[in-house]
Design a protein around this ligand. Structure first.
Ligand code: ATP
Ligand code: MG
Length: 308
């Protein structure tokens, strides 16, 4: 019998975490649970305290007050046990530019017990770097370097992968691919991903939940709407129907998703579209409308101070 308490144990727990440098409080009394098996976003404007928090989570800087538990181990008191569960890219990952990606991973694997060649192959495939893994790192684009960094962070099968602003400098295609392989990682290896960003639109597409931080304080934690494995972009309405193809033919500009059709629609249009669907012989099981985007809500919460 699995222990139910264990099943819901957060992968990471921040308990009243505070960071002071001199008289300045960078992070203030931050309490946050990161549940397992999620992509968890950490969102805040420039200077909010994201990197500072992450640096405390991986033990790069001390915690002034409070504690951080990783899989139940205190990063303060049981650093080795706690950090063994973490893979992270905080600043630019250090790579040997004159070695190939593969040689870099081999180098790193030597320092970590139990990393097999098969595991190296596995992470390389996961991050989509198979084609270029035997090229020298100096010939890599930013996106490829970042993939290599993620591959390295994953070699020891961490329970928690921490990425500080991983989409910085990536083009839209790169961002989409990152999103895809993080999702895959979450699904296939059960890895929890904690990812920071100052871009709401990105977090909405990537994350299951998002914690919002501003001026070193936690403002809110939000679940993002999901249907099965799929996130509905904010501002859209999702019609859950018996026949998505027939529904799509009736809804101009709609997008077919698993179990239904998503469309950008005003309040009145939702009613009209519903009538159209029903009139067209499509069974409508539910209508999920996200009337306000997370961005609107964020601006409301933070007093419209803007972000990033
Ligand atoms: N070593 C330090 N000494 C003093 N203040 C610092 C130090 N490091 C960071 N800060 C300050 O702490 C605050 C939080 O910085 P942090 O780098 O954590 O923000 P961030 O949310 O990661 O921002 P960004 O989106 O720009 O990366 C900022 O006001 C920053 O100037
Ligand atoms: Mg930062």
């Amino acid at each position: 019998m699995p222990n139910p308490a264990e099943a819901v144990m957060p992968v990471a727990s921040l308990k009243g975490v505070t960071k002071k440098i001199g008289s300045k409080t960078l992070v203030s009394d931050l309490t946050l649970d990161i549940p397992p098996g999620q992509i968890f976003g950490f969102l805040g404007p420039n200077g909010a305290g994201k990197t500072t928090t992450i640096r405390m989570m991986v033990g790069l800087i001390s915690i002034s007050r409070g504690d951080i538990m990783i899989c139940g181990h205190s990063i303060k008191d049981h650093y080795e046990e706690a950090i063994a569960q973490v893979g992270a890219i905080v600043e630019n990952p250090e790579m040997y530019k004159f070695l190939t990606g593969y040689q870099n991973l081999r180098q790193y694997a030597r320092m970590v017990p139990g990393v097999t060649k098969a595991r190296i192959q596995e992470v390389v495939e996961l991050v989509g770097l198979s084609q270029r893994i035997h090229d020298k790192v100096k010939s890599y684009s930013l996106g490829m370097r970042q993939r290599l960094g993620v591959a390295q962070a994953l070699l020891h099968r961490p329970k928690l992968l921490i990425l500080d602003e991983p989409t910085n400098g990536l083009d839209p295609q790169g961002i989409r691919e990152l999103r895809d392989y993080l999702r895959q990682l979450c699904r296939t290896e059960g890895t929890t991903v904690f990812v920071s960003s100052h871009l709401l639109s990105e977090m909405e597409l990537m994350c299951d939940s998002v914690a919002i931080i501003q001026n070193g304080r936690l403002i809110d934690v939000k679940q993002l709407k999901a249907v099965g494995d799929m996130i509905i972009p904010a501002g859209e309405t999702f019609f859950e129907v018996d026949n998505p193809e027939a529904a799509l033919a009736l809804i101009a500009g709609g997008l077919m998703k698993e179990g239904g059709v998503a469309v950008q629609a005003s309040r009145e249009e939702i009613a009209e579209l519903n009538a159209k669907l029903v009139g067209g012989g499509v069974k409508v099981y539910s209508i999920k409308a996200l009337s306000r985007s997370l961005e609107d809500q964020f601006l409301e919460i933070t007093g419209g101070e803007g972000i990033g």
